[in-house]
Structures are given as structure tokens and as C-alpha cells.
Design a protein around this ligand. Structure first.
Ligand code: HEC
Ligand code: HEC
Length: 224
């Protein structure tokens, strides 16, 4: 490689190098993009097969996926399959850091992840309740957003009933554990969680106060 690089530099003042590298980069990212999108298209999850693979998950997420005994553990029952698969892939790859799950998915194949996602998606969705004092602020933010600080209505993506948009990979929030939701919004705000495409959640969370986060986290728990 070196002599070639030197040659190109000396003959074309580096222009060819830049062009070649850019070309290689765009080909690589095109291939990577195809690989990523096709993994969504081809790894068909089988809920029944998934049931046999989730025994270790129950310790924290509970047998129903929704009855954790630990705080800050998300409810997985009825969550969108595409969203669940994306999170598992990213937790496994340590793109989303979940220390408690370190190594748990290490031996899981892409098929295992798809099967577990299909299984949890097939379970009943959780049901929760909003704290009365948080209702007004939470509801306003969730349904209307806050144009003055550039925060979109959460309902636009997570749907008015909080069921999300499974096909688009927008997670359901209804009935989710309030402390968990609060933790995630703060993690997006600080950038500690950075696996949201196009920074969609980070940009909004960055503008929310602790009070607004607590209110909306309580509000979504009561949605159904
Ligand atoms: C030792 C406890 C523990 C075990 C065991 C565990 N998890 Fe988790 N899991 C967590 C915690 C805690 C989080 C949330 C971390 C955070 O704050 O981001 C999480 C997050 C997740 C999420 C993201 C959910 C969301 O709404 O974004 C998925 C999906 C998940 N776990 C799947 C699994 C699967 C599948 C297994 C079994 C193979 C498993 N977990 C085992 C503790 C655990
Ligand atoms: C433009 C679409 C969009 C809007 C508007 C939006 N979200 Fe999200 N939200 C997403 C997407 C996409 C994800 C999943 C990110 C990922 O892949 O990890 C997400 C993830 C989340 C999560 C993490 C869920 C989990 O199980 O870990 C929470 C909590 C959340 N959003 C709350 C909100 C709140 C509150 C609002 C309003 C202030 C809001 N979102 C507005 C698209 C949106």
C-alpha cells in the first residue's frame, strides 16, 4: 500500500487518495447498511423457540417479562419486536451499556435474539398508573410537546395511547416502570445512552427539566 500511496501523492497531490478512500468508505458503508437492514428483514423471530431461551432473563425481567423484583428494570412484555431486537443487538455489542447484562447475550446468535424478541413481544403489555400530582404536566408534554423549547409531542412517535409504533421501531411506553423511564430520559439527556438513531431522543431530552422528566415518566405509566 505504501508505495502506491506515495506514488499517488507525488503524481496527483493526494487527490486520488482522497477519492479512492472516499469511494472505499461509501462502498463499505453501503454494504454495512445493506447488512444491517437485511438482518431486520431476514432474522425472523419465532416466539415459541424464544420461550426456551429466556430462562436466564426471568431473574431480572420476571417470568412474565413485566414483574421484575429489582428497580429500574424495564418491562419487556408486549414491547415492539423490532425495538427489542435492536436493543438486544446493541446491548450485546456494548453500544448500549447495561452492566447488569454484561455477557448474558454473548453466546446468543442473531436467531436467538430474534426469537427472544418475538417471545417478549407476544406477551401481555404491562399496566401501570400515573401519580395524580404529575398528571397535568406529564399529559401536556406527552400530548402537545413544548414548542417554546423545541420538544415535539411524545405521542407523535410513541402514539397517543403509548403503544409506540412497532413497525417503525418506536418503543411502547405505556405501563412502563416509572423509575426506569426517568432513568432513560436522564441517560439520553446526559448522552450516556446514545443508541437512538439521528439523536432523536437525545435532542429532546436535553431540553427537559427534572420536573418534566419525572412528570412524563409517571404519565406514561398510566397510559393504556
Ligand atoms: C441481572 C439482571 C438482568 C438480567 C438477568 C437480564 N436483564 Fe435485560 N436489562 C436489565 C436492566 C437493568 C436493563 C435496563 C438497563 C438500563 O438502565 O438501560 C435491561 C434492559 C433490557 C432490554 C432493553 C429494554 C428497553 O425497554 O429498552 C432488553 C431488550 C433486555 N434487557 C433483554 C434481556 C434478555 C433477553 C435477557 C435474558 C437473555 C435479559 N435482558 C436478562 C437487567 C437484566
Ligand atoms: C420523532 C420520534 C420521537 C419522539 C417525538 C419521541 N420519541 Fe422517544 N423514542 C423514539 C425512538 C425511535 C426511540 C428508540 C431509540 C432506540 O432505538 O434506542 C425512543 C425511545 C424512548 C424511550 C426509551 C424506552 C425504553 O424502553 O428504554 C423513552 C423513555 C422515550 N423515548 C420517551 C419519550 C418522551 C417522554 C418523549 C416526549 C418528550 C419522546 N420519547 C418523544 C422516538 C421518539
Amino acid at each position: 500500500m505504501r508505495p502506491l500511496k506515495k506514488y499517488l501523492y507525488s503524481t496527483c497531490k493526494g487527490t486520488s487518495i482522497v477519492t479512492t478512500q472516499t469511494l472505499v468508505k461509501s462502498v463499505v458503508s453501503a454494504v454495512l447498511f445493506t447488512a444491517l437492514t437485511s438482518s431486520f428483514a431476514y432474522a425472523q423471530g419465532n416466539a415459541q423457540a424464544g420461550q426456551a431461551k429466556v430462562a436466564t432473563c426471568a431473574a431480572c425481567h420476571g417470568p412474565s417479562g413485566n414483574d421484575s423484583v429489582l428497580p429500574n428494570v424495564p418491562k419487556l412484555g408486549g414491547q415492539g419486536e423490532r425495538y427489542l431486537l435492536k436493543q438486544m443487538q446493541e446491548i450485546k455489542a456494548d453500544i448500549r451499556k447495561v452492566p447488569l447484562m454484561a455477557g448474558i447475550l454473548a453466546a446468543s446468535t442473531e436467531q436467538d435474539l430474534a426469537d427472544m424478541a418475538a417471545y417478549f413481544a407476544s406477551l401481555d403489555a404491562p399496566v401501570g398508573a400515573v401519580e395524580e400530582s404529575k398528571l397535568a404536566v406529564g399529559q401536556e408534554l406527552y400530548r402537545a410537546g413544548n414548542a417554546s423549547i423545541g420538544v415535539a409531542a411524545c405521542s407523535a412517535c410513541h402514539s397517543p395511547d403509548g403503544k409506540g409504533n412497532a413497525a417503525a421501531g418506536y418503543p411502547a411506553l405505556s405501563g412502563q416502570d416509572t423509575p426506569y423511564v426517568e432513568l432513560q430520559l436522564k441517560a439520553f439527556r446526559s448522552g450516556e445512552r446514545a443508541n437512538d438513531e439521528a439523536e432523536v431522543m437525545r435532542m429532546m431530552a436535553a431540553r427537559l427539566t427534572d420536573t418534566e422528566i419525572a412528570a412524563v415518566a409517571s404519565y406514561v405509566a398510566g397510559l393504556r
